[in-house]
Design a protein around this ligand. Structure first.
Ligand code: SAH
Length: 403
């Protein structure tokens, strides 16, 4: 068989067990799409799955959110396939070659769901937009006849061009290519994302709820956002009334986007009032330097990339989380709040939370936990390993703090 051929799995008595997409190039030989009674996998089946995924997220546009994950892989019954929506632009990201022969059906199914108004009926009407030049407020997205669809490929897939039949990362599956970053709203804040070249599909939607929690904690606080990317947490902190916000990341283009994202929201008084600065640096050395220079923050957010991509990297990753905790606490003012996050699916929640607490205690700055959280609703979790995002909100005990 070739990647994407339908594979039917039978039990020992030759009874139907499941049907999925075959991939001879992957250790995951079959991506199971359906089990139980036999089903026909075709365009209509795909459209049903997409419609169900859209229905699950139906309330998001009401909160002023037009950028979110529309399909979260196996957690939406479509293993190896991620789809993110940026207003009228959809980004399809493939993590398995098995989807390549299905792209035409997928595009047609998406078009059907879009035309039925399920995706498009959300209306962009948040306050933020009405202040913005050039964008008509209250424009129903349904007026857009069809979405632009961008294809993104995982690095693993890009390494196998012989199986890609000319498909390339960043190519358009439908519509003209965007003439720059695309814009969208998240909880009423405006952001841009580079959907053609940005990390993942251009933005990290999984942290939406944790960003909203940060907003509530930020009033009057000096805030440091480590691994800031395009400033997601930074903008929420600013809208929440942070006195100053520093976005730290190793990527200069990501921080340039963070600055543009601040500019997009300058009409909000709190954002205009917060002093925002960016620091292009390696987080590990920068945190040590800031501590050395006596810089202290009341709110420190640490949201690093995944440290463990395979099982053999787990123990080193756990150690790195501990090290980062110590470094972050080194710049946290007495009584300040630490937000530590992990998106390494192979590091379990107990292992992560223990590592953070242990490192804090060892550093002499034990933490009082405020909350342990995970993903936002557009990242449903249908199996234990699907719960990859862990986030700890904690307060340092001021008495023990050595400044
Ligand atoms: N917190 C972000 C997402 C972070 S993704 C958000 O809410 O959108 C991880 C980020 O870490 C990327 O932007 C990457 O550029 C940055 N990064 C990776 N290694 C780094 C390092 N050693 N020092 C600083 N930044 C790093």
């Amino acid at each position: 068989g070739k990647p994407g051929d339908l594979a039917v799995i039978f039990d020992d008595y030759r009874r139907f067990l499941a049907i999925g997409l075959y991939d001879p190039t992957s250790p995951m030989r079959v991506r199971v799409l359906h089990h139980g009674a036999p089903a026909e996998i075709d365009r209509a089946w795909l459209a049903d799955k997409l419609a169900a995924a859209v229905a699950w997220r139906a309330t998001l546009p009401e909160s002023g959110t037009t950028g979110y994950r529309l399909v979260h892989g196996e957690n939406d019954g479509l293993p190896g396939l991620v789809m993110d929506r940026y207003e009228a632009t959809l980004v399809v990201k493939l993590y398995s070659l098995a989807w390549t022969p299905w792209l035409a059906d997928l595009r047609a199914a998406l078009g059907e769901v879009w035309r039925a108004g399920v995706i498009a009926k959300s209306v962009v009407c948040d306050e933020a937009i009405s202040h913005m030049e050039g964008i008509a407020s209250r424009t129903p997205l349904a007026m857009t006849a069809a979405p632009a669809v961008v294809l993104r490929l995982s690095r693993e897939l890009e390494r196998q061009p012989e199986h890609l039949y000319g498909l390339t990362d960043g190519m358009m599956l439908a519509g003209p290519p965007p003439d720059g970053p695309v814009q969208f709203s998240e909880n009423g804040l405006r952001f841009e994302a580079d959907v053609l070249h940005g990390q993942k599909t251009g933005f990290f939607f999984d942290q939406r709820d944790n960003r909203a929690r940060v907003e509530k904690l930020a009033a009057g606080r000096r805030t440091l956002n480590v691994f800031a990317y395009s400033g997601g947490f930074s903008l929420y902190a600013a809208r929440g009334g942070a006195s100053e916000v520093t976005s730290l990341d190793a990527s200069a283009p990501a921080l340039a986007a963070a600055e543009r994202n601040f500019a997009l929201n300058r009409h909000l008084p709190a954002v205009a009032a917060a002093r925002h600065s960016v620091l292009v640096a390696d987080a590990f050395t920068a945190l040590a330097d800031l501590r050395q220079r006596g810089q202290r923050y009341d709110l420190v957010i640490v949201d690093p990339p995944a440290f463990a991509k395979r099982e053999s990297e787990v123990s080193a990753a756990v150690q790195t989380y501990g090290r980062l905790t110590g470094l972050a606490l080194g710049v946290l003012a007495p009584g300040g709040t630490l937000v530590m996050s992990s998106c390494s699916s192979r590091v379990s929640a107990p292992a992560f939370f223990t590592a953070v607490n242990r490192a804090a205690t060892q550093a002499g700055w034990p933490l009082i936990e405020l909350d342990r959280t995970g993903h936002a609703i557009d990242h449903p979790v249908l199996f234990p390993e699907g719960a990859y995002l862990k986030c700890l909100f904690a307060q340092s005990v001021s008495l023990n703090h050595v400044v």
